[in-house]
Design a protein around this ligand. Structure first.
Ligand code: ATP
Length: 456
């Protein structure tokens, strides 16, 4: 099958209600997207899978949900105010602006001119007024990453949970970056969600943890349906590292527009906790205080062996939800030739990610007995906890199957005349991937589907 194109995905996402351009009726707000009825389900399922793997399945990670509005000092001491910038260049001919590091052969990507301005640094953080008076210092930032609140709440979490390193704090939430050139659908946007873990470890063990988290995250993406061969593990060259990082791996995925970053796994050392500690203690000294013996250092842990306080190092796997959604959609999108010469579009999403798990389809929507059974089956299946079960009473079975193939519903349950006329009552089950149909007794349906959804 040829590779999935961005046009195919954009069209499916709009047609079926996964993703819409924000403020579409006003011509759209650039770099901002809204998730529609199916998109919100897919996104929630991806986030739930991450949360489960990070928080529920482990015994060394706690969760957090911190505010988006961020105190200026946090982002001053984290280094973002000074260094969270991209190089910006202007084309003097067509007047468009670009990220200088995205320009190839010194030519404007829009008009090809080589008459470009010298790059200058452009800060990507959004500011907003706090309180009724505008101007001056009455502003907060919209956080550019979720991580900083994990660092600033480090002490509160430790005090509340009595954790010792190694342990982590996980968070999923919105981040904002005023990207110079948002593009490639939801790949590079100005408002997005991140799934971030800050994993605190003893200095000296950080590089081992970096390797282990890289493997862990790689395997997780494969469990979400990504083909291992389409993921590239890229070790960032020292000169290209972010201001806080000692070593970083990027997991890159073959998106429709090319091989690009899906997740970064960085060794952030004690850079952030060190800097915030420096502010806390109001010390005008080096950021690196891991040999600090002073127990009043706020963002530190006590080492029971050495009886000293130390600032832990942190390993951070940080993934974008939108990029994750784009990757699983790219992988799942399939066009399959049918024996009758037609082509069916099917979204072969992993079952746990599918927006709708089961479509219950009454063959005749004007038959009260069939409708009654359909409602009862839907209610019973919902109670099994398998996820969203949808009553699909559009009245045309062929169209219903096509729609549910396209949105990735793993199972359709059809209620026909035999279902209400013959005993024991039974229904037809259709499998999305194989299109195989089988007859299952209504009484066996909950157990049958529960075990179907438990299989990976
Ligand atoms: P890029 O180099 O592509 O700009 P980055 O290296 O700045 O990304 P990080 O700061 O490492 O990104 O952020 C962690 C993750 O957050 C990224 O791997 C990506 O999945 C997601 N992310 C970052 N910026 C954006 C964006 N503008 N739109 C969507 N997702 C983003």
């Amino acid at each position: 099958m040829p590779a999935t194109s961005m046009d195919q995905l954009v069209s499916l996402c709009k047609r079926r209600g996964f993703i819409f351009q924000s403020a579409d009726i006003y011509g759209g707000l650039q770099g901002v997207y809204d998730f529609g009825p199916l998109g919100v389900e897919l996104k929630n399922n991806l986030k739930a899978a991450w949360w489960r793997a990070m928080v529920y399945e482990r015994d060394d990670i706690e969760g957090l949900d911190a505010a988006i509005l961020t105190h200026r000092k946090v982002l001053q001491y984290s280094g973002h105010e000074a260094t969270f910038t991209d190089p910006l260049t202007d084309c003097k001919k067509c007047k468009n602006r670009f990220r200088a590091d995205h320009i190839k052969d010194g030519k404007c990507p829009e008009c090809g001119s080589t008459d470009l301005t010298e790059p200058r640094q452009f800060n990507l953080m959004f500011k907003t007024t706090v309180g009724p008076v505008e101007g001056g210092d009455n502003f907060a930032y919209l956080r550019p990453e979720t991580a900083q609140a994990i660092f600033t709440q480090f002490k509160n979490v430790i005090d509340a949970t009595a954790r010792k390193a190694p342990f982590g704090i996980a968070q999923i939430g919105k981040s904002f970056r005023n990207e110079i050139t948002p593009r490639n659908f939801i790949f590079r946007v100005r408002e997005f969600e991140q799934m971030e873990l800050e994993f605190f470890v003893k200095p000296g063990t950080d590089m081992e943890w970096l390797e282990s988290w890289k493997e862990n995250r790689l395997n997780w993406w494969v469990e979400q349906g990504l083909n291992r061969d389409k993921i590239n593990v890229h070790k960032i060259a020292p000169a290209d590292l972010a201001h806080y990082s000692k070593a970083t791996y990027d997991l890159e995925y073959e998106f429709p527009h090319g091989l690009e970053e899906l997740e970064g796994i960085a060794d952030r050392t004690d850079y952030d906790l060190g800097n915030h500690t420096r502010y806390q203690k109001d010390l005008n000294i080096s950021a690196h205080v891991h040999d600090n013996k002073d127990s009043s250092a706020k963002l530190a842990l006590f080492d029971d062996e050495t009886k000293k306080w130390y600032v832990p190092f942190v390993v951070e796997p940080s993934a974008g939800v939108e990029r994750g959604v784009l990757a699983v959609l790219t992988e799942a999108y399939t066009e399959e030739p049918l024996p009758n010469g037609e082509t069916r579009t099917v979204l072969k999403l992993k079952k746990h990610l599918a927006p709708v798990k089961v479509a219950v389809i009454p063959l005749k929507r004007n038959n009260p007995e069939i409708m009654k059974m359909a409602h009862e089956i839907k209610a019973t299946l919902l109670k099994t906890g398998i996820g969203r079960v949808m009553l699909e009473d559009s009245g045309n079975i062929g169209k219903a199957y096509r729609r549910h193939d396209e949105i990735g519903t793993p199972v359709c349950v059809t209620i026909d005349f035999d279902s209400i006329e013959k005993q024991p009552a039974s229904v037809t089950i259709r499998n999305r991937d194989t299109m195989a149909q089988e007859r299952v007794n209504v009484a066996d349906l909950p157990a049958y589907l529960k075990s179907f959804f438990l299989e990976k």
